[in-house]
Design a protein around this ligand. Sequence first.
Ligand code: HEC
Ligand code: HEC
Ligand code: HEC
Ligand code: HEC
Ligand code: HEC
Length: 373
Amino acid sequence: MKVEMKGYSRLVMAIAFLFLGGGTANAGIQGNCVNCHTMHNSQDGASMQFDSSAAPNSALLRTSCLGCHAQGGAQALVSLGDDIVPQVMHSESIDLSAGNFAFITGMKGSGAADSKGHNIIELTGIDNTISALPGGIKQTYHEDMIVNTSNLTCAGTNGCHGYRYASSDLPEGISGAHHANGNGKLDVADAPANSYRFLTGVKGLEDSDWQYTRAGADHNEYFAVTQPIQLGCSTTHCHGSNGVEPPDGTISQFCATCHGNFHTLGGSTSDGIGPVVSSPFLRHPTDIILPSSGEYAQYTNYSLAAPIGRTGTLPENANSVVTPGSDAVICLSCHASHASDYPDMLRWDYVNDCTAGVANPNCGCFTCHTSKD
Ligand code: HEC
Ligand code: HEC
Ligand code: HEC
Ligand code: HEC
Ligand code: HEC
């Protein structure tokens, strides 16, 4: 599990980081052009790339996505002039909200394992434990034909961030997003910049320091709906006006654009979570409301071990209250997004900490299934 810092040291670090940045974190790009761009990739006859390579990058950048975001150093937040660059691979004890690809390579955590997260080929190498995309929607559509274990990347057609089709300006489909980056509550979500974390079409409320500091009322807020859509592949499903995107803007529908069979209502008796939104289910449901009765009614204080999504409208600020009868289960209730220290990219040690009848605060299942411990 994540190493928890004492409140005091967290506060000191939060203050230090604000001074370091000299501005508000996550407020769009603020610094000098030269920090990030090069006009000719040449100064005094030498390369302007951060790694001194001769090859220029698109958008006149001095490095690639990974050169800025996966520096592999000791800090989760790295300053670049007046801007703060959130890191997806680093060795600091605190991880940002999506997790840390360093768990896959073993740079951090209990040892290298491909099963700990999404393998981004150019960063972690290919996933050797999974041969095909798990939960891809049925072969009659295009399971595994587009995104698969051998081409998964950060952004663009075979990735998660930006426009997920090839014809956008940058190959990564993210052109314009950095300078126009919105913060706080993002509920329009019709372009990368005004979508949650440049995930085109996803609605959410962005925590201003990517959850570097976190507490009951200091976290991202995720959007959810009250029932999943039907398994399928039409314009009312994953193919919207901005390419592949979640039709109603939920984070779980977003995961389901690739892992559709783990989320949707199935047409047959073996598909999706089952044909209807009620128990018994065939797969653990997401985008369904926590019942306001029974064991679920006890989950009322927001837990960072098992976050929920908000149905209806997103709150204006992060909220520490969970409301059974209104809030919903999401994929991120149990999973990280990039990588975690546990198999299947889970938020906790499901194999060792989840035993029925044995109360264990490290098991996130008990956050909702409050009568099973
Ligand atoms: C020159 C450095 C640099 C490069 C190259 C770069 N980024 Fe960023 N990125 C940043 C900075 C700085 C921020 C923080 C922006 C802010 O505070 O609003 C950021 C933020 C982000 C975010 C978080 C947005 C949010 O809402 O919090 C994502 C996602 C992201 N970048 C993806 C990418 C991808 C994908 C690429 C490659 C196509 C890329 N970045 C290339 C510097 C860079
Ligand atoms: C902290 C790093 C950073 C700084 C500082 C920065 N940029 Fe950028 N800029 C980026 C990144 C990353 C991209 C490519 C990804 C994207 O468009 O989101 C980009 C893209 C662009 C683009 C193409 C897309 C668009 O938004 O129109 C232009 C033009 C641009 N920058 C101009 C500038 C100028 C001019 C300055 C200085 C006033 C500047 N940038 C400062 C990181 C930076
Ligand atoms: C662009 C397609 C795509 C999206 C979107 C996507 N995934 Fe994946 N996912 C994959 C592929 C491909 C694999 C198999 C390769 C791997 O694990 O690296 C995978 C593997 C996984 C695994 C197994 C990891 C392992 O190695 O055992 C989990 C868990 C997972 N995804 C959860 C999620 C969640 C949660 C989301 C939403 C936050 C999500 N995925 C969004 C493509 C995607
Ligand atoms: C964010 C809350 C949440 C978390 C975390 C969670 N569950 Fe659930 N779980 C639910 C809800 C809601 C239902 C469906 C309740 C209903 O409508 O009957 C459910 C249903 C179930 C069911 C019964 C399915 C059926 O057919 O009735 C099982 C079994 C289950 N969960 C196991 C787990 C396990 C194991 C974990 C930990 C890996 C876990 N859950 C974590 C909320 C959660
Ligand atoms: C209640 C907790 C819970 C929720 C919610 C949940 N998962 Fe999982 N997921 C697990 C567990 C536990 C496993 C390990 C395998 C198993 O038990 O079936 C797993 C495994 C996976 C795998 C790897 C499968 C493989 O073959 O290795 C993928 C991919 C995945 N989940 C995606 C998703 C997506 C996408 C969502 C949302 C639509 C989601 N999960 C929601 C708990 C959950």
